[in-house]
Design a protein. Structure first.
Length: 265
């Protein structure tokens, strides 16, 4: 929690409620009270009150000593999709890109230090985790994140670097100066290829999507495996398709591209 002039407007009970909801994940699909208290650093009585409130609202259910989420939590993400025209606009372009490449196509937005999938057309599972809408991945080690950070304010990039660039694989870029140089190259090229930095065997390429003001609001990505393609093949065959799709989504969002391609239109 950050301090500021609006600190008095911060409602801690809401923060704690979301902390409990977010504690349900792949490792804790049906946690008990003690497990949720440990995951959230809240007392058991506080977690119990939050769970009972969420149960009354229909977001969790009790199964003996354990708790599970109900389908109602999906409505939160549904409301997000319904209120963001970009996702609806992008979907046919994702389908077209996936059909042309034969690979998965995704759209992501930056949330803090993570890139979050907001739309996706999966073709095959190429990551160890099950990627779906809402999945978060470290922005610094992904092509989507690199694109989003390349056009983000300096303070955002500074925060990501200050938090550390841990080696997720032996290929991960971990030096802050080299990372900044990579982001400058992404801005110059207008796209980013990241090879096996997030996960061994994973190759991905991304390009920025802009709104009518020219601001980069999302990253469009195509992902494959090292066994199916190479960086050279992606650069020669996929990048042109990706840039075209990103431009069409941007145009549908009202962006008017210039003929001078400096830092990707």
């Amino acid at each position: 929690m950050t301090s500021g002039p609006d600190e008095r407007d911060f409602i801690q009970s809401i923060e704690r409620g979301f902390a409990v909801l977010l504690a349900f994940d792949e490792e804790r699909t049906s946690p008990n009270l003690a497990e949720l208290a440990a995951a959230t650093n809240l007392s058991r009585p506080a977690v119990r009150r939050i769970l009972l409130t969420l149960q009354r609202l229909g977001y969790v259910r009790n199964e003996g000593t354990r708790w599970t989420l109900t389908p109602r939590v999906l409505s939160i993400g549904q409301h997000y999709s319904a209120s963001h025209a970009m996702i609806e606009i992008a979907q046919p372009h994702l389908l077209e890109l996936s059909a042309k490449t034969g690979e998965s196509a995704s759209l992501a937005e930056l949330d803090g230090r993570d890139a979050v999938y907001v739309a996706r057309v999966p073709v095959r599972r190429i990551m160890s985790i099950n990627v779906s809408v809402g999945t978060r991945i470290p922005a610094f080690a992904s092509s989507m994140g690199r694109v989003l950070l390349a056009w983000a304010p300096d303070a955002v990039v500074d925060d990501v670097i200050a938090a550390g660039l841990p080696a997720l694989t032996r290929h991960t870029l971990t030096n802050g100066d080299e990372f900044r140089a990579n982001l400058r190259q992404v801005r110059s090229d207008g796209w980013s290829i990241v090879a096996e930095e997030l996960e061994i065997g994973l190759l991905s390429v991304s390009a920025p999507v802009r709104d009518r003001t020219g601001e980069v609001v999302a990253a469009l990505a195509s992902s494959t495996s090292a066994g199916r393609s190479s960086v050279e093949e992606i650069r020669g065959e996929v990048v042109p398709l990706l840039l075209g799709a990103a431009e069409r989504i941007s145009a549908d969002l009202g962006h008017k591209s210039s003929t001078r391609r400096e830092g990707f239109y």
